[in-house]
Design a protein around this ligand. Sequence first.
Ligand code: ADP
Ligand code: MG
Length: 261
Amino acid sequence: MSVEKPEILLGHYLKQLKLPSMLREYGKLAEVCRDEGADYRTYLLRLLEREVLDRETRAAERRTKAARFPVVKTLDCFDFAAQPSINQVLVRELMTGEYIARRENVLLVGNSGTGKTHLLTALAFAACQQGHRVRFVTATGLATLLLERREEKQLERFLRQLERMHLLAIDELGYVPFSRAGAELLFEVVSRAYERTSLIVTSNLPFEQWTEVLGSERLTGALLDRLTHRVHILEANGESYRLRDSRRRMRRPDRAKPSTD
Ligand code: ADP
Ligand code: MG
C-alpha cells in the first residue's frame, strides 16, 4: 500500500463524518503523542476532545449570532463598585443559568445608565454559552416586529419561534408607550412564555408606572402577574455610569486643555 492511500482515505472519511477538527489536527497530534510516548487510547481521546470542544464553541457562536445582541457585554467588564445598589451575589447566582431551567424570570429596574442593558446582555450571553436558545429584543422593537408579522399573517409562526427560546431578553420597557395593539401583542408573548420560557426584562419605570406605557390597567396587572410569579428582581438606584464617565473624562487635564497641535 502506498503511503498516501491511508491519508487520502482518512481525509475522505473524516469529511464524510463531518469531523473537521479531527481532520485538521490528527497529523500534528500524532507527532505530539509519539514524542510523549502516549498510547493509542490517549491519542484518540485527545483527538475527540478537540472535535467536541470545537463543536461546542461553534454552536455557542451560532447561538450568540441568533440572539442578535446589539453589543456583547460580559460581567468581567462590569464594575460593581461603581453601582453598589446592585445585588452582586444575585447577579453571580443568575450567571449560572439555573433560573432558566426553573423557568424563572428576571427583572432589572433602575434609572438610565445604571448598567441594566449591560447586565441583561451579560446574563443572556452567558445563557448562549451554556447551550440555551436566546433572543434579545428591545420592547419597542418586539412590538414593531409583532405588529409587522401580524400584518404579514405570520404572527402565529413568529410567536412559535419565540416559544422555542429558552430565554427572551426584553430591553427598555418604559421609554416609549405602546399602541394598544402593541401592548396586547406584548402581553401575548409574556403569556405564552409563562412557565415555558424565561424572560429578562429591563425597565426604567417602577411597577406602579407600567400602566403609563402599556395603557390598560387590567392588561398591566395581568402582565405583571405572570412576569412576577417567579421572579428575581435586581434594582439599580445609583448614578448614571455614562454621566459619571463623561464627567470624569471632562476633568482629565489632557481633555480639559485645548489641544495645541
Ligand atoms: P442602562 O441600560 O441602565 O441605561 P447601560 O447598561 O446601557 O445602562 O450602561 C451605559 C453604559 O455604561 C454602557 O456602555 C455600560 O457598559 C456602561 N456601564 C454601566 N454601568 C457600568 C458598570 N457598573 N461597570 C462598567 N460599565 C458600566
Ligand atoms: Mg439600557
